[in-house]
Design a protein around this ligand. Structure first.
Ligand code: FAD
Length: 461
């Protein structure tokens, strides 16, 4: 008899854990996965998917308005939040069932329990206080919203988790944060008709994105009535009946029906038994792993947000798959974290890949910038005040396109496809040689001829 109950024990059935379990199962490994909440993890249950459904819902208001310019008469539209949430929950339940069915097909044993590591081969299932012996352990426990310092009234503040399950839509909401989750929820609530205030402590929203993109989106959000307040923080939240009075660091206060924080996420790597084994993990930085997702303990691996590398679903999935190929498929596979395309489902949407202008100027000897901003065709008849923004960052020495930044309708869809070209090392000349598709917004990406700026680093730099 084997000294182990299973070949692989996966802690966490989110994007990374489920993929790893399924692929390892396919290689014939005996796999058990423990999940303390719901199968599917953050992406399916309280992240990408429910959020995108709310994004779709929020965009109808503009569609109704814009239709008038095209000759349609639309009656006064009304919106029912409980219907949206119930329908969204039904879809999430369907997806969770699909995840479970996939794991069943791969003969993966599923346990609904919190799991903690006792020693390098033993896992304790907290619910039944049982132990399981595993040859290999994969930690795929994801991340959790960070709520910041313990300010007065913190207990009244919701995170993105609760925002997806509110009983009623808030007429007024204040969101603190400047990252993509804060921005997306601000646009969702504004689209659905809430009065939205976005408070961010930094100079401008979306730190890490190209500066032109940040400025463009901020302006577009303002046009949609979102109050964007930078350079301040929330210091206190007081409750009076159903209302909340949110105090800011400049002494001002805003009265709202809900206050939400989206100020970052922390990896779920503490209190699961890793520290005592010598696995390096940090409350901010996540679990330290090598290129094969292996921790300092040779039979313990970690993938996804808990390793805090690139915290996106497709990356967690790729890491989980690569882990299973490496350990159970006899095919050592590293994940390339370079040039990951990504989207922000704001209104308008953002799609980006590669270097920002500032990063390119730091890293490259010569940088050429091409950019354009224009009114999308659809906005002509509708009369909507909105503009598309596009920028190409080109390595002036090799002519390679090293960055592409889009703000406008379908930017996420565009950047997915453009990502292939950029990943393959397409040059600006390749872009120029590609025939435009007319009339589209994306055609601008292959018709920009005039450099907006060109930078050369002095020889001594
Ligand atoms: P998770 O999916 O978080 O799964 C971890 C699982 O482990 C959870 O189900 C948790 O309950 C379980 N768990 C934790 N500890 C234990 C334990 N001790 N025992 C048992 N189970 C445990 N990414 C995108 O690519 N695109 C998007 O548009 C996008 N939108 C997002 C929107 C929001 C609001 C949020 C919060 C995230 C979003 N993300 C998006 C990020 C994406 O959801 C994550 O990168 C992805 O889910 C990470 O997968 P994971 O497998 O690492 O962890």
């Amino acid at each position: 008899m084997s000294e182990f109950d299973v070949d692989l024990f996966v802690i966490g059935a989110g994007s990374g854990g489920v993929r790893a379990a399924r692929i390892a199962g396919g290689y014939g490994a005996r796999v058990m996965v423990a999940e303390e909440f719901r199968f599917g993890g953050t992406c399916v249950i309280r992240g990408c998917v429910p959020k995108k459904l709310l994004v779709y819902a929020s965009r109808f208001a503009h569609e109704f308005e814009d239709a008038a310019g095209y000759g349609w008469t639309v009656g006064e539209p009304t919106f029912d939040w409980p219907t949206l949430i119930a329908n969204k929950d039904r879809e999430i339940a369907r997806l969770e069932a699909a995840y479970i069915a996939t794991l069943e097909r791969s003969k993966v044993e599923m346990v609904r329990s919190r799991a903690v590591i006792e020693d390098r081969h033993t896992i304790r299932l907290v619910k039944d206080n049982k132990t399981v012996r595993a040859k290999t352990i994969l930690v795929a426990t994801g991340g959790w919203p960070h709520m910041g310092p313990n300010i007065p009234g913190l207990e009244h503040i919701i995170s993105s988790n609760e925002a997806l399950h509110l009983d009623a839509m808030p007429k007024r909401i204040l969101i603190q944060g400047g990252g993509y989750i804060a921005v997306e929820f601000a646009c969702i609530f504004a689209g659905l008709g809430s009065e939205v205030t976005l408070v961010y402590r930094g100079e401008n929203i979306l730190r890490g994105f190209d500066d032109d993109v940040r400025e463009h989106l901020r302006n577009e959000m303002r046009k949609r009535g979102i109050v964007v307040t930078c350079g301040h923080t929330v210091t206190e939240v007081g409750k009076a009946g159903d209302e909340f009075s949110v105090k800011l660091s400049d002494g001002s206060s805003v009265t709202v029906d809900k206050a939400m924080f989206a100020i970052g996420r922390r990896p779920n790597c503490m209190n699961i038994g890793l520290e005592k084994l010598g696995v390096r993990c940090h409350e901010h930085g996540g679990i330290e792993v090598d290129a094969y997702s292996r921790t300092a303990v040779p039979n313990i691996y970690a993938v996804g947000d808990v390793t805090n590398r690139v915290n996106l679903t497709p990356v967690a999935i790729r890491e989980g798959h690569a882990f299973a190929d490496t350990v159970f498929g006899n095919r050592p596979t590293k994940v390339d974290h370079n040039l990951v395309p990504t989207a922000v489902f704001s209104e308008p949407e953002i799609g980006v890949i590669g270097l920002t202008e500032a990063q390119a100027r730091k890293e490259l000897a010569q940088v050429d910038i091409y950019k354009t901003s224009f009114r999308p065709m659809k906005a002509t008849l509708s009369g909507r005040d909105t503009r598309v923004f596009m920028k190409l960052v080109v390595d002036g020495t090799s002519d390679r396109v090293v960055g592409c930044h889009i703000v406008g309708p379908d930017a996420g869809e565009i950047i997915q496809v453009l990502g292939i070209a950029v990943k393959m090392g397409a040059t600006k000349a390749d872009f120029d040689a590609t025939m435009a598709v007319h009339p589209t917004a994306a055609e601008e990406l292959v018709t920009m001829r005039e450099k907006a700026a060109s930078y050369k680093r002095a020889a001594a730099e």
